[in-house]
Design a protein around this ligand. Structure first.
Ligand SMILES: N[C@@H](CCC(=O)N[C@@H](CS)C(=O)NCC(=O)O)C(=O)O
Length: 208
């Protein structure tokens, strides 16, 4: 059975979302890095960097949230999260690296300010700089979504999931997406999915 290691309120959330999309049975171990639980010998045998999330599936062990989602999609989401055709699969790889290198860095810079900082320690300059750096990836997404409903074509795939989890950081930090109406519509459709809602419920239960 697949096991996802990592508390839900973290980048593990995006992997919970992917697992929920597939509908497969999985186990969730909410390893909490803030309590040193990612530094155990058992965990660092999977990720020597002691960061969550990580995944085990039989003899497969791995870390890096977006790579985990590609594995989950390829293994358990054929024909849905993972397209059948080579062109669609190429789009999933492309958009996943776009998320990691273009969309997530400014998104997470903003999120860190909003979540981990107090009124006193929050830096408006970091928030504004991250907003500025978000514009180029948003322009790229807007152009793509003007001609197709989802990033790899007509249907929701792991390409959407892996980018949406970065753009969602902008939503959560009150970034005004109205200059990018296609992105605004697309992220609302992504966040409206039952699997996203299921992941949100897991986070809410963890926070309670
Ligand atoms: N690029 C990694 C980042 C993983 C990461 O930074 N995880 C955070 C939680 S969201 C963590 O475990 N931090 C522990 C630490 O920095 O000590 C991924 O996407 O999985």
């Amino acid at each position: 059975m697949i096991t996802l290691l990592g508390k839900a309120i973290s980048r593990s959330a995006r992997c919970l979302w992917a697992l929920e999309e597939t509908g497969i049975a999985y186990e969730h171990k909410p390893v909490d890095y803030t309590k040193g639980e990612a530094k155990t010998a058992e965990f660092t045998a999977i990720n020597p960097g002691a960061k969550i999330p990580a995944l085990t599936d039989g003899e497969v062990t791995m870390f890096e949230s977006l790579a985990i989602n590609l594995y989950v999609a390829q293994t358990y989401g054929k024909g849905s999260l993972w397209p059948d055709d080579a062109a669609g699969q190429a789009q999933c790889l492309q958009w996943t690296l776009f998320s990691a290198t273009e969309a997530e860095p400014p998104g997470s810079a903003r999120l860190v300010q909003f979540i981990f900082k107090t009124e006193e320690t929050r830096s408006q300059q970091v928030i504004d700089d991250a907003a500025e750096r978000s514009k180029a990836p948003l322009n790229t997404l807007e152009t793509t979504l003007q001609s197709q409903p989802y990033l790899a074509g007509d249907a929701f795939t792991v390409a959407d999931l892996n980018v949406a989890c970065s753009i969602e950081y902008l939503v959560r930090t009150n970034f005004d997406l109205s200059p990018w109406p296609m992105v605004q519509d697309w992220i609302a459709r992504c966040m409206d999915r039952p699997a996203f809602q299921a992941m949100t419920a897991i986070k809410q239960k963890e926070a309670a």
